[in-house]
Write a protein that binds this ligand. Sequence first.
Ligand code: HSE
Length: 409
Amino acid sequence: MVEIAVMGHGVVGSGVVEVIVGNRENITNHAKEDINVKYILDLRDFPDTLYANKFIKDFNIILNDPDVRIVVETMGGIHPAYEYVKACLQAGKSVVTSNKELVAAKGAELLAIAKEKNVNFLFEASVGGGIPILRPISQCLAANEVYDIAGILNGTTNYILTKMIHEHTPFDKALETAQKKGFAERNPEADIEGHDACRKICILASLSFGEHIYPENVHTEGISKITSEDVDYAASGDYSIKLIGRARRHNDSKVEAWVAPALVPSTCQLSTVDGVFNGIIVWGNVIGEVMFYGKGAGKLPTASAVVADVIDCVKHLKSRKYLFWRDGSTSDIKDYSESKTAMYVRVCGKNAKDAVKNVYGEVKPLHRENQPDDELAFVTDIFTIKDHEHKMEELKTQGARVLGSLRVF
Ligand code: HSE
């Protein structure tokens, strides 16, 4: 029998306990040991649950109980999750977490402690919810040098964009529906402004490239400025607008990492990832391109990944699974202004068409219903972000108003 503790009884934590109790036989078969949830840590009371006698409010009970070998952290946020996880690892307990904010901010430090103490720190559920992605990258693709990863990493924004694309719902209304359905939180900023996707691409990049990529060094844009007009123009050119997170290692070893809405051509599989689903493409020098797709959020898909990590910890109580990256610095990161991309640009004004011709030459216009005569949208050739910024300044100088611009994937 292996005793575990679960810290946090929210959506994911309660799912973890349900899965461990409900799927006991199957889990025991896989782990070759019985797993028992000894404690559930939460500040709230849950008198009506089946496990009411397991609830505790004092973290030290878990920390000081030598029988607890594995601790699951599903509290979310950095504090006090960081202090608790660090203390557990230092005490020689393995830790499993679904907390992407924690891993993106403190992963290198916590992995180093796990290595020193010869215990496991696993976090499959932190990226892509129920989609297996970290273990495939670190184990199944181990023969590869992974050099590029791109994905739709946030289900909330993908749900909103899908409603805008397929049902012509304006952004505000689509967000409201997402909130009503429980896909978006009452304060949706972390999802809408791209921070959640940024944390996930940081974890993927750190694992793939071996050095910690910190969220504050990654250019991050959200979807709140996307309009129905942008969606319609994109559709006329056979593109879907998706919030993409990308991390690519260049030949000089620097990592280009960003999160931004982008026009994805219909020939790319990411354009067909709709609703709350996530899709992640990984490029390796042996395998070429491989895509992962599935439910990136939700109680049971996320619990599925957490419990699989718990089983892995049980099977490796005396040895450490190889999952590691070193600390990193800003010198590992390519300046975003050097990132190269084609750009969708939307302008208006009576001089707009002449200005576009002067700055970009002939362009192939995109179209939308009820398009005003003085409005023009088009896709540019590939330039660096720095050059795009200069060109857009030039457009303004020549009397065009830039209504929007987005990367093309
Ligand atoms: N808010 C996140 C999403 C939850 O929408 O993808 C899963 O990380």
